[in-house]
Each structure stands twice: as C-alpha cells, then as structure tokens.
Design a protein around this ligand. Structure first.
Ligand SMILES: NC(=O)c1ccc[n+]([C@@H]2O[C@H](COP(=O)([O-])OP(=O)(O)OC[C@H]3O[C@@H](n4cnc5c(N)ncnc54)[C@H](O)[C@@H]3O)[C@@H](O)[C@H]2O)c1
Length: 306
C-alpha cells in the first residue's frame, strides 16, 4: 500500500522564503496549496504544480475551507520589515498579528495536523549577552519584533487552550536567491548585490559594525520541513534557526567586493547571533551553507564574477 500524499498549505508562498518551501515540498511529493494576497509576493513565483489562492489571511472562513485536510500549515504571510513597521505600525499589525490569529483559528477549526510559524530573531531586540538563547526575555525594539512575538505567544496559547499542534521557528537574517532587493525594505545582501550590478556603491547604514547571523534560505527550508515532521515538537516550542556565526555589514560588503558609502544609522539592534543548539536537539537541524559559499553563489547568479 502506498502512503497517502501529504497536504501542506503555505501562507505567504509567493514571497521569498515561502517560494523556496513550496518548491521543496513539491519536490518531496507533497500536495501544496499557496495562499498569498500578493501584497509583497509575485504570482509568477508560485510553481505551476502548486494550487494558488489569492487571499488575505485575515479572511478566516475562506482560509478554514482551504486548510481542510492539511497535515501542515507553514505560516509565512507577513509584512516582514522592521523599518516598514516603524512607519506603518497598524498596517503591519493587521498582517502580522490579526493575520496570525486568523491562521490559528482556521487551523483549529479545520483540525490541521500542525502549524509551523515563521517567527523572527527581531523578538530579542538588544540583549546583554550573546549568543541569543530561546529562554532570554523577549525585548523587541520595533513594532515588527513585538508583532512577531505576539504571534509566537498565540501559537503557544492555541496549543494549550485548543490542542492545536504548533511550533515557532525564529529565523535570523535569511538570504539567498530570490530575496527582495527593491526599495528601502530590501535585505542587506540582496541590496548590495543589486547596487554592485548597477555599478553603484554599497550603502552601509551607521558604522557598518552591526552584526547579523546570516542564514541561508535552503537551511531555513529544511528546518521548516523537519519542524512539520519531527515527533519531538508541536507543543508551541520556540526554536532559533540561525547559522550560529555572525558577520558585520562591513564584512558582507568586503565579501561582495567593490566601492561602499556610509549613510546615517537607523533604529536597529546592534548585534545578533543565534545559539542553535535547541534546533539541533529537537529537530536534528544544523546549518549546511556557509556565508562564503552562499555569497559566492549569489555573485555567480548575479553575473558579478564575470
Ligand atoms: N527574510 C528574513 O530574513 C526573515 C527573518 C525572520 C523572519 N522572517 C519571517 O519569514 C516570513 C517570510 O518572510 P519573507 O522574507 O519571505 O517575506 P516576503 O515579503 O518575501 O513574503 C511574505 C509574503 O506574505 C504575503 N502577505 C503579506 N501579507 C499578507 C496577508 N495579509 N495575506 C496573505 N498574504 C500576505 C506577501 O504577499 C508575501 O508574498 C515572514 O513571516 C517573516 O516575518 C523572515
């Protein structure tokens, strides 16, 4: 007898990380449904083999129908930029908090097998010690960080109050092919590569000494699928998904190579570095793509090595 095909719903599946998860789930034989309102993502990012619904995750009744029969819901839909949330805290709240609550209600009502929530290292804010461990008190310093933290708390509560299996993955700065490179909310590596392609200087905010734990999107995808399948999680756990090495923005500019320019600092945490031992223990996960390899691949894809 063959195993029944597993069904996954990926919210935010037309965005950067969601597209990578969708592709890998399809490659592993899952039936995949993508829900995205295309506020940030693109329909052309969604593979043809996935079923696509253009829908806002706040529309709970429609979402509940789509969730029926799902073994896992990967909840990525969000307005995920710190600076955007500082400018538009209410808009960000609707997507990040109301949207997550709606996903959890729909998942509870449709009795889905598990919700894997995309949480964020931004919940840590500034901490006195590094590396960052999951038991530290959250100290968000932006609406986005707080909103992602509320999402985690809701995931935990839905597990306790309604027995909905949930798990929260706190990603550290995710990079890789397809990352947003446009405008003020672009991710630093993608933005630098775009500037270099255009023959412009890389713009470094502040001193450039701020560090980030850059984590490759392929490692984040593996963590998601492990979190959906591991028998050791599903009780609202919070797990860091970070490479466990950090690099300064200056170091990134050096790895990419080329002229740079310093622009005024903005509100952001000084340092970030994941303790990823819980992910190893509970998921058997460890990062596999080094920053040097990841950036070399992106330079190749951008045609910067020619
Ligand atoms: N990229 C990172 O470094 C990073 C780090 C930590 C956490 N995360 C989290 O990972 C998730 C995915 O991030 P990403 O970088 O792929 O972002 P992204 O902007 O590329 O993708 C988010 C997707 O959600 C969709 N969306 C937004 N609001 C929606 C709504 N109300 N209803 C339906 N769809 C909606 C957008 O159209 C977009 O396609 C987010 O939850 C984010 O908070 C990302």
């Amino acid at each position: 007898m063959t195993d029944k095909q597993k069904k996954a719903v990926v919210t935010g599946g037309a965005g950067f990380i969601g597209t990578h998860i969708t592709r890998e789930l399809l490659a592993q034989g899952w039936d995949v449904v993508v829900v995205d309102n295309l506020s940030g993502g693109k329909k052309s990012n969604v593979p043809k083999d996935a079923t696509f619904h253009k829908l806002d995750v706040c529309k709970t009744p429609a979402l509940t129908k789509i969730f029926e029969g799902a073994d896992a819901v990967f909840h990525l839909a969000a307005l995920p930029r710190v600076q955007f949330s500082i400018e538009f805290p209410q808009l960000a709240h609707q997507a990040n908090v109301d949207g997550t609550l709606s996903v959890l209600v729909a998942a509870r009502d449709a009795k889905v097998g598990r919700v894997v929530y995309s949480a964020s290292s931004s919940v840590y804010g500034d901490q006195k010690k590094m590396p960052l461990t999951e038991d530290m008190t959250a100290n968000p310093n932006s609406p986005y960080g707080l909103q992602k933290y509320i999402g985690e708390e809701y995931c935990k509560l839905f597990c306790e109050a309604y027995q909905l299996p949930t798990v929260c993955l706190r990603y550290f700065n995710v990079y890789g092919p397809g990352a947003n490179e446009e405008g003020a909310y672009a991710l630093v590596i993608a933005k630098f590569l775009k500037l270099r392609r255009e023959g412009k200087s890389m713009t470094i905010t502040g001193t450039g000494k701020q560090t980030r734990d850059f984590t490759h999107v392929r490692d984040v995808v593996r963590a998601n699928i492990l979190a959906a399948e591991s028998k050791k999680v599903g009780k609202g756990e919070t797990i860091n998904i970070g490479a466990g090495h950090n690099a300064s923005v200056n170091a990134i500019a050096k790895l990419i190579g080329g002229p740079k320019e310093y622009i005024p600092a903005r509100l952001e945490s000084r340092d970030s570095l994941a303790d990823n031992s819980k992910a190893k223990r509970l998921l058997g996960w460890k990062p596999t793509v080094s920053l040097e390899e990841g950036i070399a691949e992106l330079k190749e894809l951008s045609g910067l090595n020619k």
